[in-house]
Design a protein around this ligand. Structure first.
Ligand code: GLU
Length: 416
């Protein structure tokens, strides 16, 4: 977030490491480090008390070389243009690593959804959609859920777009309710991808998920599902924190009961199946696997030294600062970067878009099998690249992504 400095600069530093190794052409370097389009809109909304509030929204289409821009919409008080631009860039690299025919985009609205009614959220969503309507569409830019947005928000988004174009468009947005063209398995996809990547990494490092201990920061759609699926594989979830508090149980938390608690109380705090845990103590827990699944800039130079885990799987986007990443690498911690680790969500978004365009829907098993195949393949390619160039997994993932986008940029040539 903004108080920790520019998130876009962090993205640039990560990019630079890989671009230097690739000896990337200077012109391509410039093209790949500039957002294609940044849209800023003001969204007036009549609030329940009768007053009009104006919310600032952004949609950034970072790069559309490989296909339509793809990426979520975030509702959060800390949203900035800098952050949305970095997130849109990360979507570009994420889609390229997963070999999806998409570019990268991201949207954000500065608001606090925890303080808004359902009617206010609907009005904001519809107005934001209307304000960016010319820039979006199944072949242009396809939004999806992100922090504090969900299937209902996507339903409003899709309906507003459909009313504007005069026909029902399902493929304009992914992460929709199943009944209106959503894909089975989409809601769980990011967490499932995190679990698959953790399993592949553990295997590479010579240990099994069975009996491995895990700490998770954030227990929303990513952290909550990843923890449950890891527990299903026999891992022991010993610590979980969120914005309000944390819980700790060295014998393992009951993830099903914890999910039920969160559904009711909107936080893990107060869960009786463990002891209260200070969120600042999470990273220092003696665990095998750490999963940051909240926001950016969580693992910093200041706290990276506390981390005892040998494996970090980034469920969140940008949770590790570049300086912290270097410290972890020096200490031999195996960090699976966001653009590989949380690619499961956008991969099933791609499957949803394909199903919508065909008007033919797959079984959950088909979705999960295809997700598994894509993630394992992406993981293998990045691992091979890391070995070949003798670099960490983040640099390797960037090398793969930059290579793919740069190759097509060169093939397509310069327009005018
Ligand atoms: N918001 C998710 C992400 O950061 C998913 C984006 C999508 O499905 O388009 O990857």
């Amino acid at each position: 977030m903004a108080e920790h400095g520019s998130v876009f600069n962090a993205m640039l530093q990560e990019f630079e490491g890989a671009a230097n190794i690739l000896n990337l052409d200077k012109g391509l370097w410039k093209m790949l480090t500039h957002p294609k389009r940044q849209i800023i809109v003001s969204c007036p909304v009549q609030m329940d008390n009768g007053e009009i509030e104006v919310f600032t929204g952004y949609r950034v289409q970072y790069n559309v070389t490989l296909g339509p821009a793809k990426g979520g919409i975030r509702y959060h008080p800390g949203v900035t243009l800098d952050e949305v631009t970095a997130l849109a860039a990360w979507m570009t690299w994420k889609c390229a690593v997963a070999q999806l025919p998409f570019g990268g985009g991201k949207g954000g609205v500065i608001c606090d959804p925890t303080k808004m009614s359902r009617r206010e959220l609907e009005a904001l969503t519809r107005r934001y959609t209307a304000e960016i309507i010319d820039a979006i569409g199944p072949d242009k830019d396809v939004p999806a859920p992100d922090v504090n947005t969900n299937e209902q928000v996507m339903a409003w988004f899709s309906d507003t777009y459909s009313m504007h174009v005069g026909h029902t468009s399902t493929s304009v947005v992914t992460g929709k309710p199943i009944e209106m063209g959503g894909s089975l398995g989409r809601r769980e996809a990011t967490g499932r991808g995190v679990m698959i990547v953790a399993r592949e990494s553990a295997q590479h490092l010579g240990f099994s998920l069975k009996g491995a201990t895990v700490a998770v920061q954030g227990f929303g759609n990513v952290g909550g599902i990843a923890a449950s699926l890891l527990a299903e594989q026999g891992a022991i979830i010993v610590g979980v924190t969120d914005w309000k508090g944390g819980v700790h149980n060295p014998k393992g938390l009951d993830t099903k009961a914890l999910l039920a608690h969160v559904a009711q109380h909107k936080t893990v705090a107060g869960f009786t199946g463990g002891d209260a845990l200070d969120p600042d103590a999470l990273f220092g827990l003696p665990v095998d696997i750490l999963i940051p699944a909240a926001l950016e800039n969580q693992i910093t130079e200041a706290n990276a030294g506390q981390i005892k885990a040998r494996l970090v799987v980034e469920g969140a986007n940008g949770p590790t600062t570049p300086a912290a990443n270097r410290l972890l690498h020096e200490r031999g911690v195996f960090v699976v970067p966001d653009i590989l680790a949380n690619g499961g969500g956008v991969t099933v978004s791609y499957f949803e878009w394909v199903q919508d365009r065909h008007g033919y829907f797959w079984t959950e098993r088909e979705v999960n099998e295809r997700l598994e195949a894509k993630i394992v393949q992406a993981f293998d390619v990045v691992l091979q690249t890391a070995r070949r160039y003798k670099v960490d997994m983040r640099t390797a993932a960037y090398i793969v992504a930059i290579n793919r986008v740069a190759t097509v940029t060169k093939m397509r040539g310069m327009y005018a």
